[in-house]
Design a protein around this ligand. Sequence first.
Ligand code: HEC
Length: 156
Amino acid sequence: MKTVTTLIFLLFVSTSASAAEPEGVPPPPEAYCKWEMTNYSIPSPLCGLKGEVPRGEKLVSDAAKGNCLACHELPIKGVEAYGTVAPPLSGIANRLSEAQLRLRVVDSRHLNPNSIMPGFYRDPSLINRPGKGYEGRTFLAAQDVEDVIAYLGTLK
Ligand code: HEC
């Protein structure tokens, strides 16, 4: 009898835990940092954060995060398949400054209103019908965006 009670208790605990945190839902939103655009670029790092190159390199090929490889070629070892719907990003730092890169990653619709590229740090209040669990959130955290920018800056 004791085992049954324990089992029921465990069942209850596990279901209520999963109800509070359903699978696939991103962590709670962090405070959104407003950014400013000048000359089709965003000169200041989001929330004043500093990006880390190795983290950025992981994020660009992480299908659940940046997933940049779905559309762009990137010089990442061991990756042979990538999307070709977007310009290759090898050597991108020779053409775009860090500030210009930031606007592309944050919200490329400011350059091309029909862009199919996701806005990774678009103002959540401007997003129409956000996906379930994405209300009030950006696709990537500010730190993630800065890490991606830092990595792109090395592609010379
Ligand atoms: C769904 C496809 C898609 C995904 C995913 C995507 N992009 Fe893009 N990206 C594009 C397209 C298409 C363009 C070309 C400009 C436009 O149409 O907005 C572009 C343009 C760019 C540019 C400017 C390139 C140039 O030559 O001027 C940069 C930089 C960039 N993307 C970075 C990224 C990064 C970093 C990621 C991942 C965090 C990413 N993109 C994810 C489709 C995508």
